[in-house]
Write a protein that binds this ligand. Structure first.
Ligand code: ADP
Ligand code: MG
Length: 326
């Protein structure tokens, strides 16, 4: 099949065109994924960043053949999603948002069982389970029941279950949600390690720091649409200069006082907070203080930062991802 060879030669692991999924709800049809075009390259860690309800899980469920698209096309690991769903399933691993391990059996047993499901004989399955326990550093708890595992151990076991059949492409849906910082960091290390071993990873997250630290490239998704795409650096560079955040009693009046100033590229304000995108924070700050003082506005706080992914999100959607995740 020429399509398959062409796409795998091009080093593209996932490509979608106009991918769309509509659900019917009491209030009529809802486009959970409203036409997504994206490309994931072989060998990269690709992140899908967005708030709850953005359409991340729905996209992943379509790409893993668990949910038929309403319209659009996708090629996954060299296969046509619509025409070759079985081949897609053979080549990918999927770790869902909630995990699927049986709590009453040991981690080793779960891994052996999963390997058998993928057609390995008992000896090969035991061998594969041992490899995965070592890979994910789970040997210490391998022979305990899963219900005794910490959150991080459980999540690593979930990843092991997704890797049993040695997929070249692994989908991870919010792999670190609900974990403490140390356990999150461990998962990041495991994901980087998988990449070193040649696995392409397509993961979702609603954590800005995670997307920033882990992903080679990412797409920001909101209301089922991609609003920005690029490396974390590229996305942050789109907002050149510094961000000055001001806490002020009356943010509407502060906006009026500041928005037209030549050193202000863009100003956003609501609920007592004003955000200014400026070329140089250090020269802008004294001028901002003078202007607020001149307008008789009381300042509660002022701070300066380099743009973050949250600034990118805010710029694209008018809302803060950080506040939504909290
Ligand atoms: N089976 C379903 N039936 C109806 N609506 C759904 C269904 N699954 C998801 N949705 C809706 O689709 C939107 C996207 O959901 P989801 O893909 O789970 O978002 P995310 O993973 O980014 O949090 C949400 O508004 C959600 O309520
Ligand atoms: Mg989700």
């Amino acid at each position: 099949m020429s399509l398959r060879t062409d796409r795998s030669r091009a080093g593209i692991m996932v490509e979608t065109r106009g991918l769309r999924r509509v659900f019917s709800s009491r209030r009529g049809p809802v486009a959970a994924v409203a036409g997504v075009d994206l490309q994931v390259e072989e060998g990269e860690i690709f992140g899908f960043l967005g708030p709850n309800g953005a359409g991340k899980t729905t996209t992943l469920r379509m790409l893993t053949t668990l949910l038929p698209p309403t319209s659009g096309d996708a090629w996954v690991a060299g296969c046509d999603l619509r025409r070759q769903p079985r081949q897609v399933r053979e080549r990918i691993g999927y770790v869902g948002q909630t995990g699927g391990a049986d709590l009453q059996v040991t981690g080793r047993r779960e891994l052996v069982f999963q390997s058998c499901l993928y057609g390995m004989g008992p000896a090969e399955a035991r061998q594969r389970a041992a490899e995965l326990l070592s890979l994910l550093d789970l040997e210490e708890c391998a022979d305990r029941r899963v219900r005794t595992y910490s959150g991080g151990q459980r999540r690593r076991l979930d990843i092991g279950l997704g890797l049993a059949h040695r997929p070249r492409l692994l989908f991870l849906d919010e792999p670190t949600t609900g974990l403490d910082p140390q356990a999150r960091f461990r998962i990041w290390e495991e994901v980087r390690h998988l990449q070193q071993l040649g696995t392409t990873v397509f993961m979702t997250t609603h954590y800005l720091d995670e997307a920033d630290a882990l992903c080679d490239r990412l797409a920001i998704i909101d209301h089922g649409r991609i609003v920005a795409e690029g490396t974390p650096q590229e996305l942050k560079r789109r907002i050149a200069g510094d961000v000055v955040t001001i806490g002020v009693g009356d943010s509407d009046r502060a906006l009026v006082a500041l928005a037209g100033q030549p050193f202000v590229r863009e100003a956003l304000g609501a609920d007592g907070t004003v955000r200014l995108y400026v070329d140089r924070g250090e020269t802008a700050m004294p001028a901002i203080l003078r202007l607020l003082d001149g307008a008789g506005l009381q300042l509660h706080a002022i701070s300066m930062s380099r743009p973050s992914l949250d600034d990118v999100f805010l710029r694209q959607t008018g809302r803060s991802l950080r506040e939504q995740a909290a």
